[in-house]
Design a protein. Sequence first.
Length: 554
Amino acid sequence: MEPDSHLPSLRSRELIPNESGTLITMRCTCTAKPKPSVVWMKGTKVVSESSRTRMKIEEKEDTYILSLEITDPIGPDSGTYKCHVKNEFGESNANLNLNIEAENEPEGTAPTFIEKPKIRSEKAGKLVVMDFKVKADPKPVIVWYHEGQLLKESSRLSFKLEEIDGGYYIRLDLKDPGIQDSGVYKCNIKNECGELNANLTLNIEIVPVIKEAPKTVSITKSSNVVIECKVQSVFQPKVTWMKETTIIKESTTHSIAVQRIREGEYSVKLEISPASAADKGSYKLIAKNAKGETMSNVIDVIVAPPAVEAPVFKQKLISTTTVEGQKTIFTAMLSSIDKTVTIKWTKNGKTITSSSTAEIKFDGSTCSLIIDSTKKEDEGTYTVIATNSSGTSESSASLIVQEKFQQEKEEKKEEKKEEKKEVVKKQEEKKEEKKEEKVEQKLEMKRTEEKTEEVVQKKESIVTRRKSSIKKEETLAVTEKKEEKKRSSVKKVAKKESKIEEVKEEVKVEEKAKVVSKKEEKKEEVVAKVEEKKVEKKLGLKKVEPPKVEKKEE
């Protein structure tokens, strides 16, 4: 807050009419710091400046004289006016009552035409006369205008207001008229009872004048080309377009248009649609009327280079806070390098240029504003504006400048905040440590329980395995005993069978031996008999066979 700052205070108010009554000033005196905003109101409506209403503020230190001026006040201007003032510390109002009494109706008659306005040419066209007659009481005042501009008498121009029987004769004389004198003339006739306007149009034909014609026109890709010239002529001229030495005729691709812009001026256009590289060349316009003809300068139609894209910021300005005396740098970057771009910097809307305190840089892509030693008055909104033939782009950011002691305060505040944060952080860390200890204890207990349970499970598993092993051993022992019994019984049976087989073999051998013995015995008997017979033959004796005795087999 600035020292001695205070809300607005309205000390006085007054209504001041001038001597003739053609101006009323409403004035209020106000003290305030900082400077207040001012709004004038009539009733509930805000008063705006106009041709009859003006507002003024005269400033002297912390005192302000606030004025509202009304020119030619009339009855409807009456009412209650309020002056409303306001600044950041408060606001104040002052009311003023304006009462305008209606004047008595003046005696007499308002101006009326006796003879209508007319224009005539005299002295072989070297003099133009505009005149008419009016009836009016009291005597009127006349004012002449040309195309809205107030006319004054000169060596070429003179006015006349002459009283005649039953009225007044009004006349304007124009010597050596030229094309610039063509247009609408108005005579305003006014007295206390009313007013009247006389309008006359003056047409002065001369050789056509080609006012405006482009020097070059570019053909861009897939676009139309329009060549336009402005021609001065009272009546519409005949026009001819030429390319080099060839007359251009209207066709599906070429069209010619003549359009009246205002009195005595025409727009003449040649449109080529679509335009191509074949349409490049030198063009001319010929304009002709009853007074003669004229030709434009050469208009070159060229093929335009490829269109350049409008600049776009891919990196925009960033608002920043700087301490007094430090360097401030604002940087923005375009989306592409374009050496044709022009860069403009503004602060709060006012243009900034490079100086001893501020440096502007641009390399076709990156634009920078560097303030070497920042001051409090450097605060504000900074804008960088990039412009090329295709368009404009801008980026804005604000700069806040802190005083050094303010920075120290801020730093101390930040330090205290950091200390508090550190204390809170340590407390939180202790809490976390305790929580972690509790969690660790719980985890340790859980791990102990899990280990105990694991040991118990292992022991139970070992016991179970041992029991199972013992059962298996017992089962194997029983099975082995049974198998042993089976094997011994099988062995006994096998022994018995073996003995039986042996006995059988012995019997068979004995039987075979007996059979062989019998066969041997028989053989011996046969041999013995054969021998006996041989002996008997030799001896010639017959042997007496002993009686047969049958033997019984044992």
